[in-house]
Design a protein around this ligand. Structure first.
Ligand code: ADP
Ligand code: MG
Length: 320
């Protein structure tokens, strides 16, 4: 059975999620104005994608996710999940989404199997339609079926939460910072799991503050900062926005006190006594020209590497 077997009433181009001028002001302390965590954010998550919601800590990512989950009340705007309005069609909206929260909260005295059965009961999934065993296998926890949750490692708990979010076979799965503070192996495992679910047709939204993670995994990336949407583009386009390239050179002698200057160079940065990073715009210069300029200014070059700007650079560009 496909993991997203939900019947739905939507047309072909209805987005998986539609966020419309979403606002949230948290209640403040007595007499004080509370934090404006979302300042009117709008974007669509197309169906079938792995969609990244990227932003630094405090940007408003969890606030947005928690509004979709029904855990936080918005103070303005609206949202639709799988075509269902979260206010007018609350029940169907909730059935259409599975959420893996940022914080791991699992009752330590239930077994993974019980956790899934309880959650299925909570969603009113009939016994005959439950898929607890299948889900445990999908998240590689079949052998932990009857272990107490408190004996599971952090990584196993997170995988169990993914299974828990999928018990009602929602067409949309949201993971809030699934890899924050997890080691490289577990991150790999989670990425594989997310990719597998996506290949089976589940639309995935994941929040992260790791740029390389969004870059590697996501079809499209929205960036929020201070409660505002600052970009929303296919990953490739976003990366292409960074037109700058960097040449890192190692010299055979110490750098002079005065670093090279030239109109074709965006900037030169001293990285060590004999190393220098030169940023240039790839529309107006080439690595060869950069090296010729450096040599023309009397530097003897020992070694060279170049790199493309990554999303980190794009982000700096967008937020500066
Ligand atoms: P992110 O998930 O992107 O790190 P959050 O949505 O958690 O960001 O937080 C956005 C802003 O809202 C932050 O300034 C945070 O301090 C504030 N905030 C989050 N939750 C609450 C709350 N329950 N009460 C008051 N302020 C909050
Ligand atoms: Mg968060």
């Amino acid at each position: 059975m496909p993991l997203c077997a939900m019947a739905h009433a939507m047309t072909d181009n209805t987005p998986a999620i539609r966020i419309k001028d979403l606002q949230k002001r948290y209640a403040g302390a007595k007499g004080e104005e509370g934090k404006l965590a979302l300042k009117g954010v709008s974007f669509d998550v197309p169906r079938g994608q792995i969609f990244g919601l990227l932003g630094p800590n405090g940007a408003g990512k969890s606030t947005l996710i928690n509004i979709l989950a029904g855990l936080v009340n918005k103070t303005g705007g609206g949202a639709e999940i799988w075509g269902f309005d979260i206010d007018q069609d609350h029940r169907n909206a909730k059935r259409s989404i599975g959420i893996v929260p940022q914080e791991i909260v699992i009752d330590p005295f239930f077994t993974p199997y019980e956790v899934l059965e309880n959650q299925a009961g909570f969603y009113g999934v009939p016994k005959a339609e439950r898929r607890s065993e299948e889900l445990l296998a999908a998240v590689r926890l079949a052998d932990k079926r009857d272990a107490y949750a408190r004996t599971l490692s952090g990584g196993m708990k997170r995988r169990l939460l993914v299974a828990k979010a999928m018990v009602h076979s929602p067409p949309v799965l949201v993971l809030d910072e699934p890899t924050a503070g997890v080691d490289v192996d577990l991150r790999r495992q989670l990425w594989e799991l997310v990719s597998e679910l996506n290949a089976q047709g589940v639309t995935i939204v994941l929040t992260t503050h790791y740029l390389e993670e969004a870059e590697e995994l996501c079809d499209q990336i929205a960036i929020i900062n201070h409660g505002e949407l600052i970009a929303n583009k296919p990953t490739r386009e976003l990366v292409d926005m960074a037109r700058e390239k960097i040449v890192a050179v190692t010299l055979s002698e110490d750098l002079p006190a005065e670093l090279p200057h030239h109109e074709a160079l965006v900037k030169c940065e001293r990285m060590g006594d004999r190393s220098l990073e030169v940023t240039y715009n790839k529309d107006t210069a080439s690595a060869g020209q950069v090296l010729a300029i450096l040599q023309g200014q009397g530097l003897t070059i020992d070694d060279v590497t170049t790199r493309e700007a990554d999303l980190e650079d794009v982000f700096v560009q967008l937020t500066s």
